[in-house]
Design a protein around this ligand. Structure first.
Ligand SMILES: O=C(O)CCC(=O)C(=O)O
Ligand SMILES: [Fe+2]
Length: 939
């Protein structure tokens, strides 16, 4: 087990300084490297673009000669999310010189738009980098579909076609990862890494094949040097020798053994080659998390920087942990939803009012970090700066950074903090039992600043804060230490001394002797006056590592209480909306279902009903009263004197007079395009007590949905199945034809829908007809010809709805800006609001030519809202005109603890690509005969 290697480059194992990463391979690939891909039908454009991208990345991230030892481009790896696109954009701006043997490479089936979309090509971009690399690069496409990519000393041949474009992207990601490895190993000790298991190889092949789905696999690229495979694993029942040599690799689901926690461990493609030569695997320490999730909104925004898997440490085999984890999770969302002491989706430190509560240690590790049995040392602060296409930790840590202040508070006040370990921590002492596992409660025994070298630079330095955590309860064994590998350390005391220059006390933490660790002092890192410490020579002293400081105080349980409804609660309050730790298997679970707590581990099967208590009328009234007060102020401040809208830019939301339709008070707004042409209508139907109280009306529907299980659940909205999977913030159940809107929601046919759903559908059908007819009547004559051509097409607008999406919102849930403009959708969308009041806002999309002013949000300028409408219990709204969805986006924010929205659309089977989908839509969208009992008359 590499982490246990006794002596590494003069650093003893008890010091734990970077010991786990190394290469199992020694021989560099011979030159030229051949990256054989698939042969098949040539597609000139795709091949050329892929070649360009390859050239760019090679140039940017290191040549093949770097692979085994070089680190010249190491700082540029693992770009921030947006940067993977940037790289693609940069490479495409200037093309390498390309020689085309025209006789064989006709672009008969080329589709540039598709290819550009695939590579995020932006031909406008021009950068110095791109010109620098193109100057040195020649690409030749040979008649045999082989690309010869020539740079000084870097000849490549790539056989490719249009279909393997994605695979090329995959390879490029790996090339970068390999550079990452170089950067790290340059600083790290080397020891033999166990070879990959046969299973891991197979999994990787499977993953590549998945990404190649649909392409003709004529000549498989997957040949693995048998010396890289752990021979003892190849006689496992799932082993198939053809994985390692077959020209047509098996495409079958991998059989995941229990010891691989992530179903698709990421094994660097560079180990799969045909030359018989080995390249170094990527087990480096990526700089940044490749996927970032914005959880502030209901629809999480995930920016995927790389392959959705950064499981680079999967290739390291370690001993199993000695004991079970107190709490573990497959998902970061599970940890954040279930644990009160860690709710940081992006940061490593979670604080409440500047007091740190939980700390995540994962792949972002600096030299000198420790993951030990009792002591954990981690770097914090040291802001990242952009270096080329990458963010690197290079700025001095600020004393005022929130994380630093929050940790400092725990240190100063002798508090406790929970540590959670991510599976990619390169120093994980055991086989990580889960993507995330709670270690224990720790206290902070020292905080100091250190000087580190900027990656890839011998001269540049930056300071980080460093925190030494010590396990609070040392009488219980640490589960993460494999049995038989317990520490044998005699507790010591680390000497400390005050600095004569600044008076601040520093511990003597390094073997070379004492020096000042206060980065604000002139003597910082001066071993003697004027003499700088040699950073490369720094090794923690035994006295420092083995120092033990008993924790005095009570140590709470790590296990949070199960959410349960008490007498004064109703089931949808914020604190009941959280995840939970499964009492049976201790998996930290997200709250997936509206009225059930279900463990996310299928084999566990834990399930507990949540008793949803009907939300009392007086509570709803109180919500409306508070909402009303807020809105009155809003209207006053925005200068809008309208009983239904609080924001209204008249130019883009032209108001009709207030009307009465059925029993409702109705206001219609015509939304306009940048040239002031009316392109759609938005109609709000204000309900009243009489309408609400009628049989089959909103009161009855609300009461039914409150207690009936209609299947509401949250669904993955981003990187489904990945540990960073993002769920929608609200709960959904679709009825009728399936509505594909980026969130994967299954649909129940109307024949199986509860009466409440069919009743709502009939009401919405009525509202649609009423809204569209009055819009046609209200639309000024001179706008008929100017507007979107379908705006006045009543027949088109009158298609009966065949789909209804039920949304459930608990306290604080919402739906962020989006459009309902999927290509299968008809031009009208109608919704019925039940329960807590809410606002619905519209704003122009970016890049559509609107000039309404912008609002800065998280450094992203967004157009301001042009319309904000209030929706209360029983109200209905209708959006009509497809251009509304093309030009505007809308968001809904409920202001209360329980709201349902029932939104109906027409999903056009004729516009579905797949016959099976068409058939399904026709069957599920068919309105059953008994729905005729629920016809609605508008009162
Ligand atoms: O919650 C609502 O009222 C509307 C939801 C919505 O915009 C949608 O379902 O697309
Ligand atoms: Fe919507």
């Amino acid at each position: 087990m590499p982490a246990m290697a006794p002596e590494l480059d003069g650093i003893s194992m008890t010091e734990n300084v970077f010991s786990s990463c190394s290469s199992p391979l020694s021989s560099p690939p011979s030159s030229p490297v051949t990256v054989p891909l698939f042969s098949g039908r040539p597609k000139r454009q795709a091949a050329m673009r892929a070649a360009e991208k390859l050239c760019f990345i090679i140039n940017e991230y290191g040549s093949h000669e770097d692979f085994p030892h070089g680190n010249k481009r190491a700082r540029d790896i693992s770009p921030e999310p947006e940067d993977s696109n940037m790289a693609a954009k940069e490479f495409s701006s200037k093309r390498p010189r390309i020689h085309e043997p025209s006789e064989t490479l006709s672009s008969d089936n080329g589709n540039d738009a598709d290819i550009d979309a695939e590579f995020d090509v932006d031909p406008e971009l021009d950068t110095e980098k791109a010109s620098a690399f193109t100057a040195n690069t020649d690409v030749e496409v040979s008649p045999a579909n082989t690309l010869h990519i020539t740079q000084p000393a870097n000849p490549y041949q790539v056989q490719m076609n249009a279909q393997n474009a994605r695979l090329v992207t995959h390879i490029l990601a790996n090339l970068r990862a390999i550079s990452s490895h170089q950067a790290q190993t340059a600083h790290q000790a080397h020891s033999a890494l166990p070879p990959y298991t046969a299973e891991q190889v197979h999994l990787h092949q499977f993953m590549i094949n998945q990404s190649m789905a649909g392409s003709p696999v004529a000549n498989g690229p997957f040949m693995v040097n048998p010396s890289m495979v752990d021979q003892s694993t190849i006689d496992q029942p799932w082993y198939n020798p053809t994985w390692f040599s077959a020209p047509n690799p098996i495409i079958s689901p991998p059989q995941v053994s229990p010891f691989i926690t992530n179903p698709l461990p990421f094994i660097p493609l560079a180990m799969i080659y045909t030359t018989g030569q080995a390249a170094a695997p990527s087990i480096g320490l990526p700089d940044v998390n490749p996927v970032s999730i914005d959880h502030d909104h209901d629809q999480v925004t995930v920016v995927n920087n790389d392959q959705p898997d950064d499981n680079t440490s999967a290739a390291i085999s370690r001993l199993p942990p000695r004991g079970p984890t107190p709490i573990h999770s497959k998902f970061r969302g599970g940890i954040c939803e279930a644990l009160p002491y860690f709710k940081a989706y992006k940061s490593s430190c979670y604080n409440v009012n500047l007091v740190a509560k939980g700390f995540l240690i994962d792949h972002e590790v600096e030299k000198g970090d420790i993951f030990g049995e009792t002591v954990v040392i981690a770097a914090v602060g040291g802001n990242r700066v952009r270096e080329g296409a990458t963010m690197v930790r290079a700025q001095n840590a600020s004393d005022d950074a929130v994380n630093v202040r929050s940790l400092r508070h725990v240190y100063d006040h002798n508090g406790l903090i929970a540590i959670i370990a991510g599976e990619n921590h390169p120093l994980y002492p055991c086989e990580p039992p889960a993507a995330y596992a709670v270690l224990d409660w720790f206290h902070i025994t020292y905080m100091w600043t250190e000087k580190l070298k900027t990656r890839g630079s011998q001269q540049a330095f930056f300071t980080v804060w460093r925190v030494r955590f010590e396990k609070a309860n040392t009488s219980t064994p640490s589960w993460w230490i494999p049995a038989g590998h317990e520490e044998i350390a005699t507790p010591t005391t680390c000497p400390s001394r005050s600095c004569v220059a600044c008076g601040v006390m520093s511990k003597e933490i390094f073997t070379i002797g004492w020096f000042c660790l206060n980065h604000n002092c002139a003597s910082f890192y001066q071993i003697s006056p004027g003499q700088e410490v040699d950073i490369d020579a720094l090794v923690y002293s035994q006295d420092f590592v083995n120092e033990r400081t008993p924790f005095i105080g009570e140590i709470p349980s790590l296990m949070p209480d199960m959410p349960s409804v008490n007498s004064d609660q109703y089931g949808t309050e914020l604190h009941l909306r959280t995840g939970f730790v499964c009492p049976d298997c201790h998996h930290a679970c997200r709250r997936l279902y509206w009225n059930t707590l279900r463990c996310e581990i299928p084999q566990c099967g834990f399930r507990q009903e949540v008793h949803m208590v009907p939300y009392p009328r007086d509570k709803l009234d109180a919500e409306v009263e508070a909402f009303e007060k807020k809105m009155v102020n809003r209207r006053r401040n925005s200068g809008v004197n309208d009983p239904l809208a609080t924001i209204c830019i008249e130019r883009h939301a032209v108001r009709s007079p207030v009307m009465a339709l059925g029993g409702y008070i109705v206001r219609q707004f015509f939304l306009t395009d940048p040239d002031d042409r009316m392109i759609g209508s938005f109609t709000i139907f204000r309900s009243n007590e009489q309408i609400n109280a009628r049989a089959g009306g909103p009161d009855e529907l609300f009461r039914t949905l409150e207690v009936e299980d209609i299947g509401l659940r949250r669904n993955p909205a981003a990187v489904a199945g990945h540990k960073l999977e993002g769920l929608t913030r609200h709960f959904q159940q679709n009825f009728g034809a399936r509505y594909k809107f980026g969130v994967s929601v299954q649909s129940k046919g109307f024949a199986d829908a509860p009466p409440a759903i069919l009743k709502a559908l009939k009401r919405l059908d009525w509202a649609k007809t009423a809204a569209v007819s009055s819009a046609t009547a209200n639309l000024p004559l001179d706008q008929h010809a100017l507007g979107d051509d379908t705006l006045t097409d009543v027949a088109l607008h009158n298609q009966s709805f065949n789909e209804l999406l039920a949304l459930g919102y608990m306290e604080d849930d919402k739906i962020n800006y989006h459009d309902d403009g999927e290509k299968e959708l008809g031009p009208v969308v109608a919704a019925l609001s039940l329960g807590s009041p809410s606002t619905m806002r519209f704003r122009p999309k970016r890049g559509k030519g609107f000039d309404t002013g912008t609002r800065r949000s998280r450094n992203n300028p967004h157009h301001v809202d042009i319309l904000e409408v209030e929706m209360r219990h029983g109200d209905m709204m209708v959006m009509a005109g497809p251009a509304i969805q093309r030009l505007f986006e809308h968001a809904v924010t409920p202001c209360g603890k329980r709201r349902f929205a029932l939104t109906a659309r027409f999903v056009d089977p004729a516009r579905m690509e797949d016959q099976a989908d068409r058939d399904d839509a026709l069957i599920k969208g068919a309105i059953p005969a008994h729905a005729a009992n629920f016809e609605y008359d508008g009162f």
